[in-house]
Design a protein around this ligand. Structure first.
Ligand code: MN
Ligand code: FE2
Length: 298
């Protein structure tokens, strides 16, 4: 039963971080994966060497399964937010799930129209990737159906937003985009990745906000959050390591440091933000978050 509605009592809080993200999502997140021209990409693909194709297919097999997993696994968090009556957050989360669906759609087009695969790509899913995407992510998100405690919410957000999006996806897309640009390859794919990166930066910003408000409300959450994040960070770095181990000579002369340095720097920056939320008021958290959202390019 509803006893009142935010919009007919206090009104929407337009200045709140989730409403600022919702505004950005309505502006930047409405691109259509089907409208991206992949014809030159398909021609580029045919000219690549076998190891080059293998590396691009390997990365896409991780991106594709990762996007499908985040699409499948987000809903329990949306339900928790809805039950708590956080309408501004739910408005934003409607764009979040739509965007993950479009990312899944986008990579599926790549596999069909550029790489023309038979879709049997699970051989590229190495042990660390499986530990995160096949196991840790659905476990942390699925648990919310029975346990909506602040700790369970924090573990869901840190797994989904800090590790899967904030380390794996963001690093993968950054390095992939940089590599394609340096080699002037796959222009349609690059255009899609550029848009997708902007979407991801809003998703991560929401996760950092959610974790910050949970930490600010209960300092006892900090220790388990920090411990769980270091565990999962090892798996995330393992994904990078395992991908590089598969090649004697790295196609495109890709350097492992391009991935690992970026991943660790982004993770460290957000970890510091989370730590600085300890003992803060919600108003302070919202002020800091609003500044980060204004500065972010997505
Ligand atoms: Mn995504
Ligand atoms: Fe995302």
């Amino acid at each position: 039963m509803h006893t009142s509605f935010a919009t007919t009592t206090r009104g929407l809080r337009r200045d709140s971080p989730p409403m600022r993200l919702f505004e950005k999502a309505k502006r930047l997140g409405i691109w259509n994966p089907s409208a991206i021209d992949l014809s030159r990409d398909a021609a580029d693909w045919r000219r690549l060497s076998e190891p080059e194709r293998d590396l691009l297919l390997r990365l896409t097999a991780l991106f594709q399964a990762g996007e499908e997993a985040v699409t499948l696994d987000l809903l329990p968090l949306v339900q928790v937010v809805a039950r708590e009556g956080r309408v501004e957050e739910e408005l934003f989360l409607t764009t979040f799930l739509f965007e993950e669906a479009k990312h899944t759609d986008f990579f599926a087009r790549f596999l069909d129209e550029v790489a023309a695969t038979d879709h049997d790509l699970s051989r590229y899913h190495t042990p660390s990737f499986r530990a995160l995407i096949y196991e840790a992510l659905p476990a942390a998100m699925g648990r919310l159906a029975e346990d909506a405690s602040p700790l369970a919410q924090a573990e869901a957000a840190l797994t989904y937003n800090m590790i899967v999006e904030g380390v794996l996806a963001e690093t993968g897309y950054h390095a992939y985009f940089t590599m394609l640009e340096a080699n002037d390859l796959l222009p349609g794919t690059r255009a899609g990745i550029r848009l997708l990166k902007q979407d991801e930066s809003r998703h991560i910003a929401y996760g950092v906000y959610l974790l910050s408000r949970l930490i600010a409300a209960d300092d006892g959450l900090w220790a388990p959050i920090e411990a769980r994040m270091s565990d999962l960070l090892l798996h995330a770095m393992g994904v990078i390591d395992e991908a590089f181990q598969c090649y004697e000579v790295m196609p495109f002369n890709l350097q492992m440091e391009t991935f690992s340095t970026y991943a660790l720097a982004q993770f460290q920056k957000r970890l510091e933000r989370l730590e600085s939320a300890r003992g803060k008021s919600l108003a302070e958290i919202e002020r800091v978050t609003a500044r980060v959202i204004a500065e972010d390019d997505g």
